[in-house]
Design a protein around this ligand. Structure first.
Ligand code: NAG
Ligand code: NAG
Ligand code: NAG
Ligand code: NAG
Length: 253
């Protein structure tokens, strides 16, 4: 998807107008963490000096380095459907221009459905990137995980969470990388795999020490927040806004 400079500027202005009009200060991430909630998605609308404004990476460019020699990659596109572990459908990952652009579901069409595209190796195993192709939000456009400089690891014993949010592209198997737009956040984009037959999409985060924790995709239905966690039982202990482990599937748009 290509953006002209003019349309980017319009989008940036829209984002500024929205954030300026958004009223009372939001809770800080520190306060959210204290309540056991995942961090808010980072805010955008600012270009970093020395960085080009528009990233024109394509899904093909993003996935190229993960392709085993010989077999051609398979291009996929569609929407991300969240299902409970019993298979019932919760909703489609949202596309909005709020402060949490993709970190929830599009309930009652209050937002739009996020459309994504990616190229996956024929066997489906990543890690590869997933890119948003109809973003209502400003860059970055990859679907990934964001922690803070204080909380950026997942493990089986911990209630630590990472935001499900839009991030810049990071290398396959990379440890968390400083977010391009905010140096208090650490992010990863290339964390995804797909099951060839069921089209289930799974996440595989890499901790700062290179370990690869189980990466549970969780959903807090009360707050309509999607996030990543290592131990959902630990997360739900003494938490007045509990969450459930969910599964994501690629479905046609
Ligand atoms: C962003 O949201 C506001 C209302 O929340 C809406 O008026 C505006 O049109 C939206 N911008 C885009 C690009 O969708
Ligand atoms: C929005 O959707 C949720 C979940 O499907 C439902 O519980 C709620 O009643 C809906 N709200 C409205 C105003 O339709
Ligand atoms: C997950 O957290 C629960 C509650 O704190 C704990 O009982 C359980 O042992 C943890 N799981 C692992 C694998 O450590
Ligand atoms: C960077 O992110 C932190 C944590 O989400 C937030 O509190 C802060 O306002 C952000 N800074 C900028 C410049 O966006």
């Amino acid at each position: 998807m290509l953006y002209t400079k003019a349309s980017l500027i319009v989008t940036l202005l829209a984002a500024f107008a929205t954030s300026a009009a958004s009223g009372p200060a939001q809770e800080t991430n520190g306060q959210r963490m204290a309540r056991g909630l995942p961090p808010l998605a980072p805010k955008f609308g600012r270009n970093v000096p020395g960085r080009s404004g528009v990233r024109r990476a394509t899904p093909a460019g993003a996935a190229k380095r993960n392709i085993p020699s010989g077999l051609p990659p398979i291009p996929y596109s569609g929407r991300l459907e969240a299902r409970k572990e019993d298979g019932s459908v919760l909703g489609i990952v949202k596309n909005s221009n709020c402060s949490s652009p993709i970190g929830g579901l599009n309930l009652n069409n209050t937002d739009q459905d996020l459309l994504v595209a990616f190229n996956a190796p024929a066997h489906g195993r990543g890690p590869f990137d997933i890119i948003a192709i109809n973003p209502l939000f400003t860059e970055p456009y990859y679907v990934g995980a964001a922690g803070t400089t204080l909380v950026n690891t997942l493990d089986l014993t911990s209630k630590n969470t990472l935001a499900f949010t839009n991030v810049q592209q990071t290398a396959a198997n990379s440890i968390p990388v400083l977010f391009t737009f905010n140096d208090t956040l650490l992010v990863e984009s290339a964390i995804w795999s797909i099951h060839r037959k069921t089209r289930e999409i799974t996440a595989h985060y890499v901790n700062g020490d290179g370990t690869k924790p189980d990466t549970i995709i969780a959903y807090d239905a009360t707050q309509n927040v999607l996030f990543f966690v290592g131990n959902i039982t630990a997360y739900n202990e003494n938490n007045d806004s509990p969450a459930s482990a969910i599964k994501l599937f690629l479905v046609p748009s």
